[in-house]
Ligand binder design. Sequence first.
Ligand SMILES: [Zn+2]
Length: 468
Amino acid sequence: MMLRFGPVALVLIVALLATPVEAQLKKPLAQDLARHGDGTSLLPEVVALSLHVVRNGGLERRTFTADELAAMTEITVDGYVNGVVVLTTTPLTVTVGDQPMNTILDQGDGSHKLKYYGTMASQRFWDTYLPRGCAGSPEARIKGRYSCFSRVPWDTLSKNQTFEIGFGLKSAHQIWTVRQDVPLQVVLAPPQQVERPGPMFYYLGKDLGRFKQRSTDFNDRLEAIQAGIKGVEAIASSVMVEQVNILDCQGPSNAYTCPNKAELWINSEMFWKESLPELRIIAEHEAMHLLSDRLGFSDNVHIRDLFAELMSANTSSAERAAVKAAGYLSNSQTANPISAGNHLLLDFINESNFIRGMNGGHAQESVDEFCASFLHTLFYIDRLAQLLGQPIITQQHSLVTLSVAEQAQLLEAYRRILETMGQEIEKLDIPEPVKTLFQSGLAAARQAESTLETHRAGAAAPHRRQPS
Ligand SMILES: [Zn+2]
C-alpha cells in the first residue's frame, strides 16, 4: 500500500524498538511440539539451524544445534535476520515464512552454492554451519542442506517483527518463531509530492539520530533520489519504485534493484557520502534497470546476441554463445576477449564517461548493466556529438583520445545498439515517451554523424598555402 504524506518535510515514524540482546530460550508448549506418526520427535533429523543477523551494521552468525532448538520454540535476535541455513540428516520440507527454502547445491567441484549468498568452498561451508563434534563425513551424513537469503545483500529477510521457520516430514510439522528487532524500520516522509506520490523511504539501522541531526541535508538527499526515480517514471508513464530502503551496513557502497520489485535499496554510506547530483544519477541508473526489465531487454535474444558479440569479439563462437546464455563473461573464459574498440564503446556509455562529473556504470559486467547504462545515455543524448570529440574516461580512470576515424567507428557501434534496441521497442506495446526517447537518440546519432563528416572533410581538404 502506498502511504501519502503532505508537504511537510522530513520525519517520522519509528516502527519498532530494540529487544533484548541475547536469544531467549523458551520452553516449548506441548501443543507446539509436532511429532512423527510413530511418536518420535521430528527434531533428530535437524542437525543445525544458523541465522545470519545484521546488528549495528555488522553481520553476525548464530548457529543452534538440535539440542538447543529442542529447548526453545521461539528465537529472539537483536538485529534483523538476513539469511537462514538449515542442515538435516533427512531431506525435509523447510520453509521461511510461507516460502520453501532453497536447496544448497554441492557443485561437485569442492564448493557449495547458496542462492543469493554466493559460492563457498565446501570445507569452509562445513566449518561454518556444521556444529563442532558432529561425527562422520558430513557429505555422507547431511542429506538435507537448505538456505534462504535476502536477494539484496544486508536486507532483512522479513519485514515483519516475527516470522516462522518450519520443518516438515510427511504429516509431521514443527515451527520455530523468530522474533527480530526489525529494525528500526523507520518510515521517512518523502519531500514535496505535488502531482504524483513518490516512494516511501525506509531506514534499516540503528542510527536514526544521524537523520534527525541533519534533517535539512537529509531532505535534500531524499529529493535527489526521488527526482532520479521520477525522471525515469515519467518516461515509463508509471510508478516504478514504491519503496526506497536505506540499509545501514558495513558492506560496500552500493545501490540495488531487483527484477519485478518496485523497490530500490541504497547503502547508508553511499546515501550520506555522495553529492546530491550523484544521488540523483544513482537513482536514475537503478530505475533504468527497472525500465530495462519492463522492456524485456535483458532477456531479449537480439540484445543478448549483440552484447555477447561486444563482449567476446576475440573468442570462438562457442565462448560467445556462453556469454549470450549467461548474460555475462565468466571468469573461466579467455583472459581478454573484448576487443579494444568494444572496450572503448562500453566505457563510452558508462555514466562515469557519458554524464561528466559523475561516477558509476559498469556496462562490461553483464547484459543487465549494459542495458541500464545504455538507456541512461538516451536521457543525456544531447551530449552525444560533443562527447565524441572528448577523450573517453575509461573504467580505469585513464583518458583515451580518439582520432576522427575512431570516433566515427565508435558512433557507428553506438548507433547499432540504438537500432537493435529500437527495433525491439517497435514490437512492444509501450508508452509513447519510450519510443520518443529512442527517436531522439537516432536523431542525435544522425546529427553527430554529420558533424563528424564535416570534421573529416575538413581534415581531408588540402591546406591552402599563402602565396609567398
Ligand atoms: Zn547497475
